[in-house]
Design a protein around this ligand. Sequence first.
Ligand SMILES: NC(=O)c1ccc[n+]([C@@H]2O[C@H](COP(=O)([O-])OP(=O)(O)OC[C@H]3O[C@@H](n4cnc5c(N)ncnc54)[C@H](OP(=O)(O)O)[C@@H]3O)[C@@H](O)[C@H]2O)c1
Length: 278
Amino acid sequence: MAAAAAVPGPGGLRVGCIGAGKMARGVLGGLIQSGKVPVQNITVSAPSDHNLQHFRDRGCNTTHSNISVLYQCDVILLATKPHVIPQVLVEVTSAVTADHVIVSMAAGVSLHTLEKLVPSGARLLRMCPNLPCVIQEGSVVFSRGSCAGQEEADMLRDLLSECGVCEEVPEPYIDIHTGISGSGVAYVYLFAEALVDGAVKMGMPSAVATRIAAQTLLGAGKMILETGEHPAKLRSDVCTPGGTTIHALHELEKGGLRATVINAVEAATTRARELDKR
Ligand SMILES: NC(=O)c1ccc[n+]([C@@H]2O[C@H](COP(=O)([O-])OP(=O)(O)OC[C@H]3O[C@@H](n4cnc5c(N)ncnc54)[C@H](OP(=O)(O)O)[C@@H]3O)[C@@H](O)[C@H]2O)c1
């Protein structure tokens, strides 16, 4: 491969995405919203039309040919299901040049595996988003492959700036991000569902309870981020001696909530690590 040119500024970048499903919508949605890359510089590929139409409606280019995304774009996001990644990379490998920056968002596909599937010297990064990227409130972590430097990391952080919170981390943390955040979204929905059920049991209509539960989760999360306090400190601040909250927390402790959540994060992280080793 020829030596890579410098990464162009975001406005001049052409961004491609192989795969057009939920995560492609989330990540490209944030990018489109930011206006950092004009929609006519974005190309998305998928085998069928049913997800591509969403991107056509927003003015992006669409194609059924994965390799043409490589010909047309500088930054290539890989957004297919993990088991499809090897097939896609084999299909496009002849078009990969040193000017491309390839970013995989597939869960459980390590940089080591990805690097074996592209020509040596290719600039690769691996990222892990979560579902709220769809509303630009996501959590994204990423790691660099052996040929990606500070310039590529800065470019990716800039491209993802409207997706939510974005951090570069050592690659082993990506599986922990899956355990706490990728899968964590589902734990929070389960908790929200239980809050609503509790309120319904006590006589509140479900629709009112759902809005209140969601706002409670949103507000609590924002307070952690905005105060920078440890959650234990914020929790203790809500506990009036002999009051309602400490009585409720005692019930949660008796039910093993804290240990169960720790076990859940461990189980999801362990599963992600197993998938990484396949
Ligand atoms: N969802 C999450 O919360 C989450 C979190 C972290 C990471 N991820 C990762 O994000 C990736 C995408 O997940 P998703 O939830 O967005 O999946 P998805 O909604 O099922 O979308 C998959 C997309 O891949 C396309 N596709 C299938 N075979 C292809 C091929 N040979 N060439 C090109 N495109 C192909 C599909 O095409 P059609 O449109 O024709 O069906 C579809 O557009 C996965 O690797 C997942 O591990 C997801």
